[in-house]
Design a protein around this ligand. Sequence first.
Ligand code: FES
Length: 365
Amino acid sequence: MSLAAGSIAPPMALLAELTHRCPLQCPYCSNPLELDRMAAELEADVWKRVLDQAAALGVLQVHFSGGEPLLRRDLEELVRHARSLDLYTNLITSGVTLTEARLASLIEAGLDHVQLSLQDVAAENADRIGGLKGGHRRKLDVARMIAAADLALTLNFVVHRQNVANVPEMIELAAALGARRVEIAHTQYYGWGLLNRDALLPSAEQLHVATAAVEAGQSRHAGRMVIDYVTPDYHATQPKPCMGGWARRFINITPSGRALPCHAAETIRTLRFPSVQDMPLAEIWEGSEAFNRFRGIGWMPEPCRGCPMKEEDWGGCRCQALALLGDAAATDPVCTRSPRHDAVQLALAASTAPAPEFAYRRNPR
Ligand code: FES
C-alpha cells in the first residue's frame, strides 16, 4: 500500500539510537541481536542533518538512546543542536557513566529530561540482571544527582518474573529519589528479550499482584508522582497499538542510520529499511515502501479488517506476529480473535516452569 506524499501526519517523536555500545548487559534489551559496530555509527554532522530534517518534518521530541548514549562524546553537541531547533530533548540512559561535570554540560546544552533505568531495588539482584557489579549503587547516586540539579527525571523499571515481586518497593524508591514519573514496564519480547523470554515472562499470578501494586501506588502518590504502567502483551486479550500504529507517530534511527518504524522492525527481513545517509527523512516517512507497508488499515487481513477496534489498536504488533507466527502480516496472535492465539498460550506455559539462565546481551565487537 502507498499513500500520496504530503498526506501523512508527521511523526511526533524521533528515537536516535546513537550507539549500540553499553556498559550493561540486560537480558531484556530491545536492541537487535546483531548490533551495529562503533565504526558504523553515524558522525555528529549526519545526526545534525537528521535533526534538521526531523524538525522540518514536524517532529516535536527527540529521545537520545542506545545502547548507552553517554558513550558518545558528541552528545552535548547533538542536544544543543536539537534545542536550537526547538526539539524537546530526552536522554534515555543507564546512568552508570554519568558524572556531575557531564550532567552540568548536558544541562548547559539544553537537555530537558532524563529517563534513568533501574534493574531492581536491591543491589545484588539489580547487578545480576544488569550484568554490572556496582551498577545499582552508581545509579542511585546518579538519580540523586539529577534530582538535585532539578532536571526532570523519570525512573524506568523493566519488570519480569525475576523482579516483579518488588513493584511496591520500586514505586517507593522512585518517590524517595525525587522522580516526577516512574515507569513500571513489563518486558516486551523483542531482540534479547525474545531470546530470554522463558527466563523473563511472568505468570498470570505474578502479573495480577504487580498490577494491584501499581494501582495502589497510583492512588497513594496521586498528584505528586505519575506512575505509568506497561503491561505484558502475552497476558492480554487484545493487542496493543504498537508504537501508536506502524509509522504513525514514531521514527527510530539506528546507530548506523537505518530508519525504522519501531525498534524491532529489522527482524522483518522482507522489508528494506532506507538509510538517512541515502534519503531525506520526509521521503522515508512519507514515501518509502517499508514505512507504508503496514501503515493504516489497508494491509489488514481478516478478522482485523472487519474489527471495530482496528483504528484503535492498528492491528497490534507486526514484529510480534512475525516472532510468534513467522508472518509479519498476520493478525497479532495476542488477540483472542486471532486463529493462532494458541501460539501465545504455548509461550505462556513456560512462565510457570523453572526459569533458565539468562543469555546476557553482549557488546558489538
Ligand atoms: Fe515492531 Fe511492534 S515492535 S511493530
